[in-house]
Design a protein around this ligand. Structure first.
Ligand SMILES: Cc1ncc(COP(=O)(O)O)c(C=O)c1O
Length: 473
């Protein structure tokens, strides 16, 4: 008797099937197997009608051949733009040469080269690199390393108001958001300090010797592009030295040239003890995160054979093609002067946005930021929308109510084929983090579209949004 059981192949979609999926089929699979609540928001914004078939440089192209100008940039993940030809070529060559991916048994020349590149870019003795896949993973690695160095007596973590560091448990514990945190068991050994307030930091560190770790975004992205005064950072360095606190700079969003320097902290002439990177490190083609630590800290925590394996290697840490992609992305960044372009184009975009803000002060409260990490803050209309519109909008969705950003972002896509980003903590802020390859003409296209839209006035913007949102289909 034959006991071999036959494994029947379930009904699986092929890659070709995936490529051919319609908007409706994609929506159905998304709703049934991914995130129906998120679909609700995509629908509110009109993003649910768009199925992207390809992307190149500054543009997405959808199923109908419509080109969408990308000023969102994957929250800063696309420094080199979409599908940069040099990055594609490096990946293709890697595949054709049948290079190995998993770097857990043997050393990987790609992981080693990427680590040494990051050490060359990073100042002072930020020389030791841990490679992972995401920003959260880089933050976890940083927090764990700092805890190992400080020991249990000094493992209390200070983090900032309105911070965002990720959604894994450690990163979430230092993310200042009840919305993300509630219902989860978090690291208890932590304390919150006001962002940008050196006096508050000093009184915390002077009064609580258990605080041995400080984590700060150099520019707060999730808070709506919020920076601190330059003097704050010199104080952070001085205080961390004085009280022997390990300073972790989370540059997952603001690093890799985003603000016009490779690291945002370089604007202030200071250097943290550990820095985290992700997003654009993957060249817009892959998931890549990194933690870079000062050598003495790393050596103290994991520097000998007994401790070397405590936090690494991870199964997919330093995976081949991702490292190869990141190596090429870093070379592209410098060869094409993208960090300089970020500074120059960012200054131009900010100046043009300031002109728009001066033209519509009743609609726009402030424009701010540095390099190509800019925020447009709208006035708060939650209390002032004319009653009829307020009611209509609240029927559509409570979370968009009074936030002109949602309406403006939705209309920028629907009417002008431009994509922008929203903000978790402050729904009155639109975030602009376009690829660092953006040209003056593309900046003009964006600013002119915004100007044209705002010239319609608040009531017509909301009415236009509502008309589009309740359109059948
Ligand atoms: C500053 C910062 N840190 C960490 C993260 C988490 O990165 P990831 O989503 O790759 O886990 C983000 C994501 O937006 C971020 O902006």
């Amino acid at each position: 008797m034959n006991h071999a059981t036959e494994t029947r192949k379930p009904s699986l979609l092929t890659v070709e099937d995936a490529k051919q999926m319609s908007v409706a089929d994609t929506a159905e699979a998304f709703n049934h197997h991914m995130n129906p609540g998120q679909y609700h928001f995509l629908k509110l914004l009109g993003f649910h009608e768009v199925l992207i078939d390809s992307a190149e440089g500054m543009y997405y192209t959808d199923r109908n051949g419509r080109k969408i100008l990308d000023f969102f940039g994957g929250f800063g993940s696309l420094a080199c733009g979409h599908n940069h030809p040099r990055i594609l070529a490096a990946r293709k060559q890697f595949q054709e040469e049948l290079r190995h991916e998993i770097a857990i048994a043997f050393m990987s020349q790609y992981a080693a080269a990427l680590s040494s590149n990051l050490a060359s870019i990073a100042p002072e003795d930020l020389d030791m690199v841990f490679l992972g896949s995401t920003g959260s993973e880089a933050v976890e690695a940083a927090l764990k390393l700092a805890e190992q160095v400080q020991g249990p007596e000094r493992a209390k973590i200070a983090y900032a108001t309105h911070s965002f560091h990720g959604k894994t448990r450690g990163a979430l514990s230092v993310t200042d958001s009840e919305f993300y945190q509630s219902g989860f068991h978090l690291i208890e050994n932590r304390v919150r300090v006001p962002f940008g307030d050196a006096a508050a930091l000093e009184s915390l560190l002077a009064g609580d010797t258990a605080v041995g770790i400080l984590i700060l975004e150099t520019v707060q992205g999730g808070a709506g592009i919020v920076g601190a005064e330059p003097g704050y950072w010199t104080e952070v360095r001085r205080l961390c030295d004085r009280y022997k606190v390990i300073w972790i700079a989370d540059e997952v969003q603001c690093g890799v040239g985003r603000t016009g320097k490779f690291f945002a902290f370089e604007h202030f002439g200071v250097c943290p003890d550990i820095v985290t990177l992700a997003k654009s490190l993957g060249g817009g083609k892959t998931a890549m995160g990194a933690m870079i630590a000062r050598r003495p800290l790393y050596m103290k925590a994991y520097g000998d054979p007994k401790t070397a394996l405590i936090h690494g290697p991870a199964t997919f840490g330093g995976i081949g093609e991702a490292c190869c992609t990141a190596i090429e992305a870093l070379n592209v960044l410098y060869d094409e002067n993208l960090v300089e372009n970020s500074a120059l184009s960012g200054a131009y975009l900010l100046e043009r946005l300031q002109q728009v803000q001066e033209k519509y002060p009743k609609i726009l409260k402030e424009v701010r930021g540095q390099g190509l990490m800019l925020g447009i803050e709208f006035q708060d209309f939650s209390q002032t929308l004319v009653p009829g519109l307020k009611q209509l909008v609240s029927v559509l969705d409570n979370r968009l109510k009074g936030s002109l950003c949602g309406f403006v972002g939705s209309l920028l896509l629907r009417k002008y084929d431009i994509l922008v980003a929203f903000t978790e903590y402050n729904r009155n802020v639109i975030r602009l983090e376009p690829p660092l390859i953006v040209s003056r003409e593309q900046i003009d296209t964006f600013v002119n579209a915004l100007d044209d839209l705002l010239s319609r006035g608040v009531t017509r913007i909301v009415a236009d949004y509502a008309r589009n949102a309740i359109r059948p289909g």
